[in-house]
Design a protein around this ligand. Structure first.
Ligand code: G4P
Length: 278
C-alpha cells in the first residue's frame, strides 16, 4: 500500500512552524503513545533548537503500560522532560505545570538572573489527530483570559494565559508525518493519522493482525469470541461471521469486518496495544 502525505501542506506547515517557534521558549511535542517513533517528526529537533522541550506521550490510556514505561525512559534518556497523559481527563493542570517548570528550569533561572520577569511562552506541536486540541482544551480549562495582539510580541496571535507564569499559543503547530519506510506509514495509518479514504481497510486490518500476533496473540479471540486461526484471512472471516457482516447473497463482508477491527483497535476496545516496540 502506498501511504501518502501532501507536499503542499508540508511546505506551508514548515513555514508556519518556523515563524511560530520563534515566539516561544518551550515546545510541547505531542506523540501518540501507541507509536511514539512513527508519530514523531524528527525535523522538530532542528525547528525547536535552543528551545526548552517537553515530550508528551498522549493517548497513553490506549497504549501498553509496560511499553509506556519503556518509552518514557527512552525519551528521558535523550534529555527531554516526559509526561504520559490521557488528554481527555480534566486533571492535567498540576502535572503539566510541574513538567513545564522542570523543562524550563534553565530558562526560568536565566530570566531571573537577568531580572526578566515574564511568563514562559509555549506552543503545542504534533501530527494531525495526535490530540493537540484535546490537550490544549484540557490543560487550559482554567485559563483566565485569552490575550491577543500583544505589542512587540505576537501580532495576530492568540495566547491563552495560564496562571501567572505561562502563556500558551492557542493554535497548535501541525507537524506532518515524515517517513520513508513503509512500517512507519503503516503505523500512522493504523492509528488513524492518515486519511482512511485512500486506504484499503482489509489490507490494513490484515497488517494489524500480522503486526500484533506475537505480542498480543489473543486480542481478537478475546474481543470477538472467535476460535482464531493461524491463517489471518480466515481469522478475519471469523470476525465477519460473528459480527454478521454480510454482502448481498449472504457472502461474508471482509471489508466491513476489517473496519470493525480497525475501529475497535483505535478506540481501545481491543485492549492496550503499542505498535512501536522497545
Ligand atoms: P489534533 O488536534 O491533534 O488533530 O487531535 P484532536 O485533539 O482533535 O484529537 C483527535 C482524537 O483523539 C479525538 O477523538 C480525541 O478525543 C482523541 N484523543 C485526544 N487525546 C486523547 C487521549 O489522550 N486519549 C484518548 N483515548 N483519546 C484522545 P474524536 O473526537 O473521537 O475524534 P476521532 O477519533 O473520531 O477522529
Amino acid at each position: 500500500m502506498d501511504y501518502q502525505w501532501y507536499p503542499g501542506h508540508m511546505t506551508k506547515a514548515i513555514r508556519q512552524m518556523r515563524e511560530d517557534i520563534k515566539l516561544v521558549d518551550l515546545v510541547i511535542e505531542l506523540l501518540d503513545a501507541r507509536i511514539p517513533l512513527s508519530s514523531r517528526n524528527p525535523d522538530i529537533d532542528s525547528l525547536g533548537q535552543n528551545k526548552s522541550r517537553l515530550v508528551i506521550l498522549n493517548k497513553s490510556d490506549l497504549a501498553d503500560e509496560k511499553q509506556n514505561t519503556l518509552w518514557d525512559k527512552y525519551f528521558k534518556d535523550k534529555g527531554y522532560t516526559v509526561l504520559k497523559v490521557d488528554s481527555r481527563v480534566n486533571s492535567l493542570a498540576k502535572i503539566v505545570d510541574r513538567a513545564i517548570e522542570e523543562a524550563c528550569k534553565e530558562k526560568i533561572e536565566a530570566n531571573k538572573k537577568k531580572g526578566i520577569n515574564r511568563p514562559i511562552r509555549a506552543m503545542v506541536v504534533g501530527i494531525p489527530n495526535v490530540g493537540k486540541s484535546t490537550f490544549i482544551n484540557s490543560y487550559a480549562k482554567r485559563s483566565v483570559a485569552k490575550t491577543g495582539n500583544k505589542p512587540g510580541v505576537t501580532k495576530g496571535k492568540q495566547w491563552i494565559k495560564i496562571g501567572k507564569n505561562l502563556e500558551l499559543l492557542d493554535t497548535p503547530g501541525i507537524l506532518w508525518p515524515k517517513f520513508d519506510d513503509e512500517q512507519t506509514g503503516l503505523n500512522l495509518a493504523l492509528v488513524g493519522s492518515m486519511n482512511d479514504n485512500n486506504l484499503d481497510s482489509a489490507e490494513l486490518a490484515f497488517q494489524f493482525i500480522k503486526l500484533t500476533r506475537d505480542n498480543y496473540p489473543d486480542v481478537l479471540k478475546n474481543r470477538f469470541n472467535i476460535e482464531g486461526n493461524e491463517d489471518i484471512v480466515e481469522e478475519m472471516y471469523q470476525v465477519a461471521d460473528v459480527r454478521n457482516c454480510k454482502l448481498p447473497g449472504n457472502k461474508l463482508d471482509l471489508d466491513k469486518a476489517s473496519k470493525i477491527i480497525l475501529d475497535e483497535f483505535r478506540s481501545g476496545k481491543l485492549g492496550k496495544i503499542t505498535l512501536d516496540r522497545l
